[in-house]
Design a protein around this ligand. Structure first.
Ligand code: SF4
Ligand code: SF4
Ligand code: SF4
Length: 263
């Protein structure tokens, strides 16, 4: 069964409670919170900020509509990130969450290149960097809980549930909304379908959502394109594995030195 989230952009009031809940639940450090030109705060997603809120205003039917967009991993039904991961570290779980096994991740960053939504982020500051992203709170949903962001949202903008049920609800809201929403469920077909869905009161190209993404499944052609570079793939993989082994060994030696040479 595929679980997911329906994010109703007409309900988000930009309080950023979801961001705080995500950081708190996942034990992520704080980052620069200066507000960017588009009022995004923090200004972009990183290895330690897995979800952001972007703000836009748009004229819709003669009214100025302010819209906040919560964005993060879309939890694709056929994840491009999984298809290009040469270490087999990324897996789409049976419940729909796409997760990264950090014991396997070699930090090659192919997932970052393959993802049509620019989601996985690199731990630039770590001696042994790995990729990070939203997990759909895999640990929580595996225990029957909602994701932390959905549980926290005070305006009901983030709904968690079975994807098929959320899709029905999204269509129902559009049909009964009296023109409140544009007639599009983002994620129903984008990238071959995603577990995170959106409905919006403003045209999607005015939101932070990527409207250039194909509606076809991405892994097929992503991997086809990457296979054109076998030498590069092999070299980067070998280099990454070597660097990782070196970094791990260095970290072990540093730990031993700090402990006064104890074995
Ligand atoms: S949005 Fe990107 S990182 Fe998330 S599952 Fe899809 S391809 Fe992977
Ligand atoms: S689902 Fe969990 S990991 Fe993903 S943005 Fe929400 S709180 Fe963060
Ligand atoms: S918690 Fe809900 S209302 Fe607040 S910013 Fe996040 S999605 Fe918007």
């Amino acid at each position: 069964m595929t679980y997911g989230m329906l994010i109703d952009l007409s309900k988000c009031m930009g309080c950023r409670g979801c961001q705080v809940a995500c950081k708190q639940w996942n034990d992520l450090p704080g980052e620069d919170t200066s507000v960017g030109p588009d009022f995004t705060n923090p200004q972009k997603r990183s290895a330690y900020t897995w979800t952001t809120i972007d703000f836009v205003t748009a004229e819709v039917n003669g009214r100025t509509v302010a819209t906040f967009t919560k964005s993060g991993c879309m939890h694709c039904l056929e994840p491009a990130c999984e298809s290009v991961c040469i270490a087999g570290a990324i897996k789409r779980q049976a419940n729909g969450a796409v997760t990264i096994d950090h014991d396997k991740c070699i930090g090659c960053r192919y997932c970052q290149l393959g993802c049509p939504f620019g989601v996985p982020k690199y731990e630039y500051d770590k001696p042994v960097p790995r990729m990070q992203k939203c997990t759909l709170c895999y640990d929580r949903i595996s225990e029957g809980l909602e994701p932390a962001c959905a549980a926290t949202c005070p305006s009901g903008a983030i709904l968690f549930g079975e994807r098929e049920e959320l899709l029905k609800l999204a269509r129902q809201r559009i049909a009964e909304g009296g023109g409140r929403y544009i007639d599009h469920v983002y994620g129903e077909h984008e990238a071959g379908g995603t577990a995170v869905l959106y409905i919006s009161p403003v045209p999607l190209d005015l939101t932070a959502l990527n409207t250039d993404v194909t509606t076809e499944s991405v892994p097929g052609f992503t991997w086809k394109a990457m296979r054109q570079l076998p030498v590069l793939v092999g070299s980067v993989a070998a280099l990454s594995l070597g660097l990782m082994a070196y970094s791990r060994r260095r970290a072990q030696l540093e730990a031993l030195a700090k402990g006064g040479g104890e074995q």
